[in-house]
Design a protein around this ligand. Sequence first.
Ligand SMILES: [Zn+2]
Length: 92
Amino acid sequence: MISAKNVLDAVGDLTLVNEGIGELKNQALVSSRSLGHDIGIWNDKSTLVRNGRSYRSSSSKCKKCGALVFVNAGPTPDSNEVRGPAIKSKCR
Ligand SMILES: [Zn+2]
């Protein structure tokens, strides 16, 4: 795991930020699987670039119950986000 300071130093590196979404998807998969969900194919959104920084997001849903999960890679790791019902409540 890289420290927050190292990541902040590298914030201008779009490659790093773009790769961050894979890590977020892994976090989302681990969290949702622990609740019994079976997450399907990710639906990547186009990259939003603002002030030279890229923001990537993606979503997916459980193949069994349809619970959604969203990941957003912000310009800094502190602004990364994994959210959605698939990481909050158990699969039915
Ligand atoms: Zn489910």
